[in-house]
Design a protein around this ligand. Structure first.
Ligand code: ATP
Ligand code: MG
Length: 400
């Protein structure tokens, strides 16, 4: 077609259009004529322009280091636009005294090193139930050190302008968001916090009529995507995730076999190796220690029932999220249920959920690819697609 814009030129034009649309949306949202239905159409246009243009970035600092960050209860993960990805256990250790500092050879240890050397370190797990522990200054400092460390690992070339999108549980309190923004400002030049399941939805590019279930260590988050940034009524945070299963599993094994030496850490390892819900596909046989000697136990029922303890809450809230869609859209939403987070690796979870929702008709539940990194991959994708000048439309933002 004569005069048609093709290839890179077209991509740039669409990228520009997307930027303009986001600008119009930003002004429009503050105007007296604001109408949520129109906002939705505009948001969809932006997403379409971004999709067609292949997500090319045309504005903002040309060489910024862009990051998607999942500051999780159990792991902190970062992915960058330089193809770097890092994962650090969300724990930090400080030497107990001057001798410990000498043995450690440093004033701080992170992640697995901190866990290994725990006997002479004070350990801090700065996140609880998916948010910063409130009240303790030491935990806030630990969280700042952890974020700084994860970002520095992801930024080996020590690039100057750092821009990041950080995921928080769907329903994070105002004060925990404020505390996180203050920390982020110390570490990044521009930072936005958005809800974790929204980042996952962005990763799978299912922003309309889909449901995301993100099962982490501290929380399970469920979010109904309706073509815009999800509102309060569209998402829910349940304070039961992998950590809860670990506690139940530890308790039930100890009760059933009092002679066995059990720890929470061991329960977590057993869960990560054998977790399942619904019908087991094979028996769970585990060697445990009694008076120091290995003994084999069949833990099939205990492991399955411990994993299922988080399911009633998830199903109940999932049903509420389904009902929150327009009736004509519920069928599509039920076909687009996505599982993410470490808990998505529980075997049989997809079938378990679709069986529980069978009264609603055809249900399709699938696990996103790379469920561990889906959140930070979505955050990175969003950072690459949408110039940070427009971030105030999407989440809470701080700029240095
Ligand atoms: N194969 C597995 N089966 C069951 N659970 C698993 C498996 N692998 C990892 N997990 C659990 O997933 C959880 C970690 O998931 P994830 O990294 O998504 O959590 P997080 O983001 O740190 O936590 P949150 O989102 O609550 O802040 C841990 O509880 C871990 O034990
Ligand atoms: Mg998480």
């Amino acid at each position: 077609m004569k005069g048609a814009v093709t290839g890179n030129g077209r991509d740039e034009l669409l990228g520009w259009l997307r930027g303009e649309l986001a600008g119009i949306l930003s002004v429009y949202k503050k105007s007296d004529e604001f109408d949520p239905a129109k906002e939705r159409i505009l948001s969809q246009l932006i997403i379409k322009a971004q999709k067609v243009s292949g997500g090319k970035r045309v504005m903002g600092e040309a060489n910024s280091l862009l990051m998607g960050i999942d500051l999780g209860t159990s792991r902190t993960m970062v992915k960058t636009n330089r193809d770097v990805r890092v994962s650090v256990d969300s724990v930090i250790g400080y030497p107990k005294d001057i001798i410990s500092a000498k043995v450690l050879g440093s004033h701080v240890a992170y992640g697995s090193e901190a866990l290994e050397k725990r006997s002479y370190l004070d350990l801090f797990f700065p996140l609880e139930d998916g948010v910063l522990k409130e009240g303790s200054q030491r935990d806030i400092e630990a969280a700042r050190d952890l974020l700084k460390h994860a970002v520095s690992l992801a930024n080996p070339n020590d690039e100057a302008f750092k821009v990041g999108i950080i995921g928080v549980p769907a329903i994070a309190s105002f004060s925990s968001k404020e505390a996180l923004l203050a920390i982020a400002k110390d570490v990044l030049d521009v930072a936005m916090i958005v809800s974790e399941p929204f980042m996952v939805a962005y990763y799978v590019q299912k922003l309309t009529n889909s449901i995301i279930i993100d099962i982490g260590a501290g929380t399970a988050d469920i979010c109904g995507m309706k073509g815009t940034v999800p509102g309060l009524g569209d998402q829910v945070t349940i304070l039961k995730g992998g950590d809860y299963i670990d506690k139940v599993l530890e308790k039930r094994i100890s009760e059933a076999y009092p002679d066995v030496q059990m720890t929470l850490h061991l329960a977590k390892r057993i869960k990560e190796q054998h977790s399942f819900v619904g019908k087991p596909d094979k028996a769970v046989t585990v060697k445990l220690r009694v008076d120091g000697k290995p003994v084999s136990y069949d833990l099939t029922d205990i492991v399955g029932s411990a994993c299922e303890t988080i399911m009633p809450d998830i199903i109940e809230h999932l049903e509420r999220i389904v009902i929150g869609f327009d009736p004509e859209e519920q069928e599509t939403a039920l076909q687009n249920i996505y599982l993410a987070g470490g808990g998505a690796k529980i075997r049989g979870l997809d079938k378990y959920i679709s069986d529980r929702l069978s009264d609603y008709g055809d249900v399709k539940v699938q696990t996103v690819d790379d469920p561990d990194y889906a959140g930070c991959s979505g955050g990175l994708k969003l950072a690459m697609d949408l110039p940070h000048q427009y971030w105030d439309e999407v989440g809470d933002v701080v700029r240095r």
